[in-house]
Design a protein around this ligand. Sequence first.
Ligand code: HEC
Length: 402
Amino acid sequence: MHAYVHEWVSLLLRWTHVIVGIAWIGASFYFIWLDNHLKPPASDRGDDPRSVGGELWAIHGGGIYHAQKYRLAPQVLPVTLHWFKWEAYWTWITGFALLVVLYYANAEVYLIDPAVRALSPGQAVGIGLAAIFGGLVVYEGLCRSPLGRNDRALALVLAVLLVGAAWGLTQVFSGRGAFIHFGAILGTLMAGNVANVIIPGQRALVRAVTEGRAPDPAYAARAKQRSVHNTYFTLPAVFTMISGHYATVYGHAQAWVALVLIAAAGALIRVWFVQRHKQQAHAAVLIAGIVALAASAALVAPRSAPPGTRSTNPPAAKFGDVRAVIAQRCVSCHAEKPTQTGFTAAPKGVLLDSAELIGRHAVQSHQQSVLTRVMPPGNLTGMTDEERRLLDAWFRSGAKID
Ligand code: HEC
């Protein structure tokens, strides 16, 4: 019953997280696009801060829209001024809740890999939280320090720290646990930028306009810097959120390098799109992004079984032995009615409790338990290297089920 309730809590949280995340990123992409496409208005009133500095016409959903952006603010603020913040806050809240429900409540399955580091669940959760909130503190400190006044130097330092985070996380967590924490750090910085800088800056602007004062330009500069960061964090963060589907990447021995390459590719591709909005696209940026992606694909390409599982001289593997290993190491989860606590149904619908089903999932099973070793998760059922070699030998000799 508990596992069933857990499943539904996770379903509802994940669904909500994706919906509010789309609303947040969608609005953010839209406003960046809008800003970059504004044209000087037909009747420009010069540099008057109370005048419209740019406008844009668009057609959507059967209607024609006319958006105008004020240089600073209109003479009189409208009664209703829409703010965009709850999309960001709810994305973070649901994301954090999901992290707790999926990774922290099941740390032994998803977060801890004894082959990487034999952490207790308490230690793993502690390290995860420290990485997320420590990341926020370090980032805020850097942005507010003198370094924060030099955009390029700041970006360079942040990039180096993020590479360090990617490496460090893979030294303590399972591959997927490391990737999701990398994404959680980025997501927390992004939501933090909205809550700590962008929204307070907007409040200060509205206050100044209402009181007829000139707003402090420092607010606008800081908000601009943070929204630029958010733009370039977006694609890497979204990748980490879907990375749990790709054991080939997160299960690789050098997974942190692949993560860095894919994150760099995401940031570069986003740079290129923003340049393109302004009709200043540099093909080199896009090419660099594609090269980074190709390099990560080459890095994780299956060459042969990783050391330790490689069967140089495969012994004749009997299906009976393979079946016994799978029954002992896999079926507690991969059965119609799993006996492993916390599981109510076969994960990913993969059933391994008959000869025919073992044959049908041979490619996947080989990939998951030999090439990437992400199964059994956290090696909960204690699969040995010898058993992995047996599975490898069986697979390489044609995965016959007789
Ligand atoms: C403790 C429970 C557990 C055990 C034991 C276990 N698995 Fe899994 N398996 C999972 C979970 C959870 C997933 C889904 C992972 C995800 O969300 O991507 C999964 C997914 C899979 C998939 C599908 C992967 C995909 O992304 O399509 C295969 C194949 C698989 N396991 C094979 C095995 C094999 C082979 C063994 C035994 C060597 C095994 N599993 C042991 C829990 C388990």
